[in-house]
Design a protein around this ligand. Structure first.
Ligand code: PMP
Length: 463
């Protein structure tokens, strides 16, 4: 068999991909006909594909390559760690320096008394861990009946049985018998799409108070925790009204239920602070982390746990019967630690807050003037625009949600910009190192793509 490398023609790589590689969240037969886009290199915010096209990555991969592609210093740390100690586990009363050093660094960066890290290989796994942690916590507290976790519709918390159940995406539930028992969902705080005539702040309060209603309905003695993304990411970069999180916090405090902030996207600088919880004034007992923890250079995730939850479980007199072969993987941990050191040394969070966000905000907001755009939202470097046939009415397209978004995304691809669509919302989350000049390229290409999408809709009689 010929060696499969970057040098093979695109068509051959696509045929091999179609023959043997089953893609996540994909209708594979349809993709096989079309052929996947093959990415061959990355540097900074730029990708190169097998046709030699230079693409600006508006999504930092899957919201993860926060310090940008192609950092040699991270590659060197990985190589060095592989030579020194490629693997050892953290079960059976053992530990190793990369896991220790990374946990100490995470505890230093995390707010409040989030001082303890349980490692996982991904965000989904970390959320599975969280289900185990909160149920174990209440069990040790002598309240084993507190097992229910409340989440939101259209939330995304991963696609394992646990993560997919915590998430509120019906497309995931429909395949495989999810959600698992004792996970329930309230409505999301999506004012533009679901707020109707309500004032945005009132709507935020109303959606938060669904949590209180749900707790009362189930019985406070049955509820273990609430989980939420500070900003829903995969749901469409839905920024909650300012009133939402303070009210959620008040309700969690009132009933004494645990609050889990899923910071897989919002963690590590994405919102202009180290954590989205700081941006929204949330005080979680547990944070889910992954993605930006290693800037996607190595697969690693985890749960950051507050003193009270940690101490309760740690002093129960029994093992916590949970863990993964790759919990605290030495290479992934060493890479993540170096990534966080780079973030600190190069003041990347400050760059987001003081340079990249203000500049992108100026340009992003103007997209709301485009005839196809209903709202333009941006927190830190996490943004979205809603496509609409009628701005004033905040109307949706009559076609199935996603058709127009898909058309727009295809125009973005054609213009060498990666911008994703969620239904008819277009979303971005570029690398945090993006410069103003690169922001200009991103927004210029987005504008061209919107113009082309708009013209296409008109000529097809859809507008
Ligand atoms: N939680 C959130 C908020 C996410 O955005 C994601 C991934 N997009 C996950 C969990 C799952 O992470 P992973 O894909 O690493 O399992």
């Amino acid at each position: 068999m010929t060696k499969i490398t970057n040098h093979l023609p695109t068509k051959e790589l696509q045929a091999l991909d179609a023959a043997h590689h089953m893609h996540p969240f994909t209708e594979d037969a349809a993709l096989a006909k079309k052929g996947a886009r093959i990415i061959t290199r990355g540097k900074g915010v730029w990708l190169t594909d097998s046709e030699g096209q230079q693409i600006i990555d508006g999504m930092a991969g899957l919201w993860c390559v926060n310090i940008g592609y192609g950092r040699k210093d991270l590659a060197e740390v990985a190589a060095q760690q592989m030579e020194e100690l490629c693997y050892y586990n953290t079960f059976f009363q053992t530990s190793h320096v990369p896991a220790i050093a990374l946990a100490a660094k995470i505890a230093e960066l995390a707010p409040g008394d989030l001082n303890h890290v349980f490692y996982a290989g991904s965000g989904s796994e970390a959320n599975d861990t969280n289900i185990r942690l909160v149920r174990r916590y209440w069990d040790v507290k002598g309240k084993p009946e507190k097992t229910v976790i409340i989440s939101r519709k259209n939330a995304y918390h991963g696609s394992t049985m646990g993560g997919g159940s915590l998430g509120g995406m019906t497309g995931i539930w429909a395949q495989g018998g999810l959600p698992i028992p004792d996970i329930v969902h309230i409505d999301q705080p999506y004012w533009w799409g679901e707020g109707g005539d309500m004032d945005e702040d009132d709507f935020g309060l109303a959606r938060a108070r669904e949590l209180e209603k749900k707790i009362e309905e189930i019985g406070p003695d049955r509820v273990a925790a609430f989980i939420g993304e500070p900003i829903q990411g995969a749901g469409g970069v839905i920024v909650p009204p300012a009133t939402y999180w303070p009210e959620i916090q008040r309700i969690c405090d009132k009933y004494g239920i645990l609050l889990i902030a899923d910071e897989v996207i919002t963690g590590f600088g994405r919102t202009g602070n180290w954590f989205g919880s700081q941006t929204f004034g949330i005080k979680p007992h547990i944070m889910t982390i992954a993605k930006g923890l290693s800037s996607g250079y190595a697969p690693i995730g985890g749960s950051i746990i507050c003193d009270e939850v940690y101490e309760t479980i740690a002093t129960s007199g029994d093992d916590f019967n949970h863990g993964y072969t790759y919990s605290g993987h030495p290479v992934a941990s060493a890479v993540a630690l170096k990534n966080l050191e780079i973030m600190q040394d190069e003041k990347i969070v400050e760059h987001v807050r003081d340079v990249a966000h203000p500049y992108l905000m100026e340009r992003w907001q103007k997209l709301a003037d485009h005839p196809l755009v209903g709202e333009a939202k941006l927190v830190g470097l996490m943004g979205s625009i809603a496509l609409t046939p009628d701005k004033a009415a905040r109307a949706r397209f009559a076609s199935d949600a996603g058709t127009v978004g898909y058309r727009c995304r295809e125009r973005c691809f054609a213009n060498n910009l990666i911008m994703r669509h969620v239904g008819d919302r277009m979303i971005i989350a570029p690398s945090l190192t993006i410069t103003p000049a690169e922001i200009d390229v991103l927004v210029d290409r987005a504008t061209t793509s919107l113009d082309e999408c708009y013209a296409g809709l008109k000529s097809d009689g859809l507008l």
